[in-house]
Design a protein around this ligand. Structure first.
Ligand code: DGP
Length: 224
C-alpha cells in the first residue's frame, strides 16, 4: 500500500513464528487475553487456516492422506494466506489487532527445508501484508521434541525440524533483516518458563500496538 491513510490509527499485525512445539499457540492465547484485558479489539488467527477449501487440502496433506509435489503444496500454503489478505487488511484498518500463529516465514522455512530455493519460496508471498512485529520463539529442535512429543503430522519429525530451524536461521540472517524497517523482528528465548516468555512478549507487543494505534502505514511483504 502506498502512503494513503499513513497516519490512520489501526490494529497491529503481530506474527508468532517458530518450530512445532515451540509454544506459539499457548503464547498466542496468553497474549490475546492480555490485550483483550487492556481493552483492545483483538483476534487470534492461524495459518494454515484449515477451514477453507484450500486449507482442507493442506490439512489432508499434513495428515499424510494425500501426496503433493513440494512446489504444489508450497503454493497452496501461500494461496491460503492470500485468500485471507483482504479480510486481514479490513480488520487492521478497523482497529483490530491480529495475533497470527505462523505466516509467510513458516512458508519459506518449511519448504526451503525440503531443498527448494529460498527466493523461489519467497516469491508467492510478495505483496501479502507485512507484519508490524515478528516474534520468533527460539527453541532447540531437541527441546521442542521433548515437549509432550509430536502429534504425528507430516513435518513433526526431529530430523526435519532440525532442517527447519536452519532455514529459519537463514531467514533471520538475511530476509528478515532486509525488511527490518517494515517489521520489528524479535527473538524470544522459548526455553524460559512460560510466564517469562509471556512477559518478554508483552513488553515488545505493547509498544507495537501503541505505535499502530497512533498511526502507521500498512506495508507489503518482501517487495523491497
Ligand atoms: P500448525 O497448524 O501450526 O501445527 O502447522 C501445521 C504444520 O504445517 C506445521 O508442521 C508447520 C507447517 N506449515 C505451516 N505453514 C506452512 C507453510 O506455509 N508451508 C509449509 N511447507 N509448511 C507450513
Amino acid at each position: 500500500m502506498e502512503n494513503k491513510n499513513s497516519s490512520e490509527s489501526r490494529g497491529a499485525l503481530i506474527v508468532l513464528e517458530g518450530l512445532d512445539r515451540s509454544g506459539k499457540t499457548s503464547q498466542s492465547t496468553r497474549l490475546h487475553s492480555f490485550l483483550d484485558g487492556l481493552g483492545y479489539s483483538v483476534e487470534s488467527w492461524r495459518f494454515p487456516d484449515r477451514n477453507t477449501g484450500v486449507g482442507q487440502m493442506i490439512s489432508s496433506y499434513l495428515a499424510n492422506e494425500s501426496q503433493l509435489d513440494d512446489r504444489a503444496i508450497h503454493l497452496l500454503f501461500s494461496a491460503n494466506r492470500w485468500e485471507k489478505r483482504s479480510l486481514m487488511e479490513t480488520k487492521l484498518r478497523s482497529g483490530t489487532t491480529l495475533i497470527v500463529d505462523r505466516y509467510s516465514y513458516s512458508g519459506v522455512a518449511f519448504s526451503s527445508a525440503k531443498g527448494l530455493d529460498i527466493e523461489w519460496c519467497k516469491a508467492p508471498e510478495m505483496g501479502l501484508l507485512a507484519p508490524d512485529l515478528v516474534l520468533y520463539l527460539d527453541i532447540p529442535p531437541e527441546r521442542a521434541a521433548e515437549r509432550g512429543g509430536y502429534g504425528g503430522e507430516r513435518y513433526e519429525r526431529l530430523e526435519f525440524q532440525r532442517k527447519v530451524a536452519k532455514s529459519y536461521q537463514i531467514l533471520r540472517d538475511s530476509s528478515w533483516k532486509s525488511h527490518l524497517f517494515l517489521a520489528v523482528q524479535q527473538t524470544i528465548d522459548a526455553c524460559c518458563p512460560v510466564e517469562d516468555v509471556e512477559k518478554q512478549i508483552r513488553e515488545v507487543v505493547s509498544d507495537c500496538v501503541v505505535t499502530c494505534q497512533k498511526g502507521k502505514s500498512i506495508s507489503q511483504l518482501w517487495l523491497h
